[in-house]
Design a protein. Sequence first.
Length: 237
Amino acid sequence: MYRIKKIGKRISAVSYKQFIDFTRNKKMLLIFFIFPILYIVLKVVAGKEFGSDGSSFILMHSILVPLLITATIVAEEKEKGTLKLLIMSGVKAYEYFIGIAFSMMGFIIAGMLLFELSGATSSFDAVFVALFTILADIISMFIGAVIGRITANQTNVGPIAVPVTLLIFFAPMLQQIKPEFTFLSKYLYSGILLKIMSTCTYSHRDIFWMGVNFAMILILFLLVFNTKNLIKSVSHS
């Protein structure tokens, strides 16, 4: 019980620190809401001519926002030495990630609520789509954390994170040009989420492959954020 309390305190400390950093960084706050705001602006300006149901905006919101912000956070804290202090103070890799995820999720869900209020989710059942979207957010956070960890500094995040984001976003759409790429929409988490929003249905196969996506990126995260390797790397930084 004592150990659980200590873990909870470390996670809370990381989460609170990151939440304060978010509220102070206006540019990063804007990123959290850029796609809901863009959807609302286009809907107001174009009116009935804007026939999008919001799926593509929600998909990008679930990929780019958590991926880019997590990568930026990790790279920045590694560059400034904050990650070194956290690791040396006993914070485990999973505690660090959960703390960041908790601090981000409130802002991401707020963005989803903006989508809901603006009518972007009117064409599908927002409840089960929201569950798949949250899982996609977490997978994107893991990818962002890995990118932030392997980049040399914060400046190098963009050139790596943006192409990865675009690849994940556009990969499922390749099937419209090349039918042989249909597997991307069946097995890649972005394709599964897009299919669920487009068809308003999901199957056991969708749940299974979302789980596989989650498990694979989790394993990669654990390898990259191996505590021993982290201690060695920060000790020589």
